[in-house]
Design a protein around this ligand. Structure first.
Ligand SMILES: [Zn+2]
Length: 321
């Protein structure tokens, strides 16, 4: 009898482990015609179980010759392999003492060319700590000038300071690849840049535009009104796919302009709601308790993200910060 109950329980667990339907949705191959019907799993064939995710991995971006994503834990970075060397980005090794070397070793599995550049997306340690292995291998570190101003006084022992900074734009040309770096004002931080591969129509933007998730801790020091303007500027740029600094949901997918529009809408709705509560004099405690974004309740990160969103917008509308 006990065994039977356990068997039923296991079956229930297996069924629920399959997760909501969207987590099984096949991803369209990049470059595929948008009108092509997506293959649907046949009703007779059970969907395959989700393989457990390795701690780190490197994947080539489909439809490109030389663009890769290195993921370590829940952080990821883009790197581009050219005939004359590699352009890497964020070391993503905060709290992972060997993470920078792991990233470099992963690059070495793809090419024997040296890493010429490491570009920082912004100054937050969770994305840029751990670059020593790249520095020792001779890479040149580039960041927005505000990243240097933030990092220098902190003297973080795990974070390499930039060798070179820029203010508004900088273009990297290496081995036939062009990577445009540009700064469009305050957003998720005061040093967050856009990296754009014009030929591939890919952008790498970290933290400001989460893909398919509700924003969370990243709200702490973001600039709410300026972020709306930033996303509008990003939407006006020429690109088709967005590589985020945290894997997109579901299945680590890349973002589209629709994702950027959705995130902008979420921020505007959150801001409008908190404006009302803030101007009614309800910040902090009452407003933070009353704040809901019911429309996004089924998005990943909703429960965890809500308090961060409420707190940040109470800072704006209830305090003026
Ligand atoms: Zn950040």
């Amino acid at each position: 009898m006990t065994r039977l109950v356990l068997a039923c329980l296991s079956l229930t667990l297996l069924t629920s482990a399959a997760g909501p339907a969207w987590s099984q949705a096949p991803q369209p191959a990049p470059g595929a015609q948008p009108t092509a019907p997506a293959a649907q799993p046949s009703a007779a064939q059970p969907a395959p179980a989700q393989p457990s995710r390795p701690p780190f991995e490197t994947k080539k971006v489909e439809g490109t010759d030389n663009v890769y994503i290195f993921r370590n834990g829940n952080h990821q970075a883009m790197f581009v392999v050219t005939n004359d060397g590699v352009i890497a980005t964020d070391p993503v090794a905060y709290g992972r003492p060997t993470g920078g070397q792991t990233y470099l070793d992963e690059i070495k599995k793809v090419t024997d060319k040296p890493v010429k550049f490491v570009i920082y997306s912004h100054h937050h340690f969770d994305h840029i700590a751990g670059g020593k292995a790249f520095k020792d291998a001779g890479a040149r570190f580039i960041a927005h000038k505000r990243a240097q101003e933030r990092l220098a006084p902190l003297g973080d022992p795990n974070t390499v300071l930039p060798d070179e900074v820029f203010d508004t734009t900088k273009t990297i040309e290496l081995g036939g690849t062009t990577l445009e770096l540009s700064y469009h004002g305050l957003n998720h931080s005061d040093s967050t840049i856009v990296m754009r591969l014009p030929k591939e129509k890919i952008v790498f933007i970290v933290d400001t535009i989460p893909v398919g998730t509700v924003p969370g801790r990243g709200m702490i020091d973001m600039y709410p009104l300026e972020t709306e303007q930033f996303i509008e500027k990003v939407l006006a740029m020429d690109w088709e796919r967005l590589i985020p600094g945290h894997p997109g949901q579901p299945n680590g997918r890349l973002g589209t302009k629709k994702d950027a529009e959705d995130q902008l809408a979420l921020l505007r709705e959150a801001s409008a709601e908190m404006k009302k509560l803030g101007q009614e004099g309800k910040c902090w405690d009452t407003a933070e308790k009353e704040f809901k974004l019911q429309k996004y309740a089924d998005w990943p990160g909703y429960e965890a993200g809500l308090p961060f969103i409420a707190r940040r917008y109470c800072g704006l509308w209830g305090r003026g910060t």
